[in-house]
Write a protein of this length. Structure first.
Length: 240
């Protein structure tokens, strides 16, 4: 028997977009607009891209460089002044590298229960405003380095052909990237090289939400009795 490391996509829940009777009340989950005060997300993204162009993609190096660019102060507002505030929410205004989610302290505490082998995420405390008033609670910006899609093991990823409703495995990463770019295929199962399997959390280019380890997913399943805003999506394996 072979044991595999499995991660799950930690998606933003759409349940708040519907009433108890199932009728739609919003077009997308709550979103927090977050803008750094001293540097823009686009500037951060461009600097990280140049770092990768000069040095290649090496996770720890990119992570350290990204974290060095993140300021301590942000302007944070609720998009469209929406009344619903969740414990796990989308970030608006981010360009490329940088922030992946806004979380309340209860989610931060759950994630930090699981020790990490590397500094794979960063929490920055933020204050959120709606119509000029501070939203009650302690909130944090979750920041992670973005792993390029080209790092995927193409022959061990499974995609769905949305037009013909069949599974597809690509022959190489070039074919995978080009086909996904055209929007005809959606991921069903992803695989990364073994070097990433010790990460408790990771973020892959092209995916809005992070992937979390089975340990974190288990803790979040338990936390669902008091925390909200998230659900689980596709699976991630690692090339053993």
């Amino acid at each position: 028997m072979k044991q595999l490391t499995i991660h799950r996509e930690l998606k933003f829940s759409w349940s708040s977009c519907y009433s108890k009777k199932g009728s739609p009340i919003a077009n997308f989950p709550p979103m927090i607009m977050v803008e750094p005060r001293t540097i823009s997300w686009k500037e951060i993204d461009n600097l990280v891209k140049q770092h990768i162009a000069d040095n290649g993609f090496e996770y720890d190096s990119v992570r350290d460089y990204l974290y060095s660019l993140i300021p301590d102060e942000f302007e944070c507002t609720v998009y469209n002044n929406r009344k619903t505030i969740l414990d796990f929410m989308r970030v608006g205004g981010v360009y490329g590298q940088g922030a992946v989610a806004v979380v309340r302290e209860c989610i931060k505490n759950v994630i930090e229960k699981i020790p990490t082998a590397r500094q794979e995420y960063l929490f920055k405390p933020i204050t959120i405003y709606r119509k000029g008033e501070i939203i009650d609670g302690s909130f944090y910006l979750l920041i992670m380095p973005k792993i390029p899609r080209r790092e995927l093991v193409a022959t061990k990823c499974l995609y769905r052909d949305n037009e013909n409703n069949v599974g597809v495995v690509f022959d190489n990463i070039e074919e995978l990237c080009e086909s996904v770019r055209r929007g005809k295929y959606s991921a069903y199962l992803l695989t990364l090289p073994a070097e990433y399997r010790n990460l408790q959390m990771l973020w892959v280019e092209g995916y809005e939400a992070p992937f979390v380890s089975d340990k974190i997913a288990t803790e979040l399943h338990v936390a669902a009795v008091y925390a909200d805003g998230y659900e689980f999506g596709i699976r991630m394996l690692f090339d053993e």
